[in-house]
Design a protein around this ligand. Structure first.
Ligand SMILES: [Fe+2]
Ligand SMILES: [Fe+2]
Length: 204
């Protein structure tokens, strides 16, 4: 395998840095595979006490999003919204948001970034915390999207009897999203609010 010879970055030559740049391309292209691997891992090593694993929670939320007609941005975001539970449990919402930020709509990143605060409406009173933490964000254009995300796809996805799609079903969507051009304005769509799909009478 081709490698550089430097042992301190400051000693690297231009050719060596060009080599590293070339080798970084396949590395960047491997993000989706590593995301899927981490999700699969969340089916093995998860959080105690719940009826389902973190992987099952992710699949259930993403399946609900898919069945309600959500786009790739919402589905992939729902799939990864708790992916940081292992490595960054205290700030897992921001962890996932930073993974998504270059590749999805700003609205969707914002929702993932703030879902921890918005979820508090469902349980914080039991710990004596502020259940209405989300009210801090009332002025955000994305406020309602985050309310809806939590209500329809996050807090509702802890049911062991729900018929979720398997991880392989979502793999092509994950591949598509992480293959997008990073920080492309056409993808990020700053300031655009689309909301969640309007629920039809047939949506589960
Ligand atoms: Fe979460
Ligand atoms: Fe969650």
């Amino acid at each position: 395998m081709e490698t550089v010879t430097f042992r301190k970055m400051e000693d690297g030559t231009r050719d060596e840095y060009l080599l590293l740049q070339r080798l970084e391309k396949p590395h960047l292209a491997g993000v989706a595979k590593r995301v899927l691997r981490e999700l699969a891992q969340q089916g093995e090593e998860s959080m105690d006490g719940y009826l389902i694993t973190r992987l099952e929670h992710a699949l259930q939320g993403a399946t609900r999003a898919y069945r309600e007609g959500a786009d790739d941005d919402w589905i992939v975001a729902t799939l990864v919204h708790d992916i940081g539970d292992g490595l960054a449990p205290q700030n897992h919402d921001r962890f996932a948001a930073e993974m998504l930020r270059p590749f999805v709509r700003e609205e969707v990143t914002w929702v993932v970034e703030h879902h921890g605060a918005f979820q508090m409406i469902y349980y914080a009173q039991h710990y004596g915390w502020n259940q209405h933490e989300r009210d801090k964000y009332r002025d955000s254009p994305y406020f309602q999207s985050c309310v809806d995300f939590c209500a329809r796809w996050d807090q509702s996805s802890f049911d062991p009897d729900y018929d979720s799609k398997p991880l392989e079903f979502f793999a092509p969507m994950v591949e598509r999203v992480f293959a997008r051009k990073a920080y492309d304005d056409a993808v990020v769509q700053p300031g655009i609010v689309r909301g969640l799909p309007v629920l039809s009478a047939t949506a589960a």
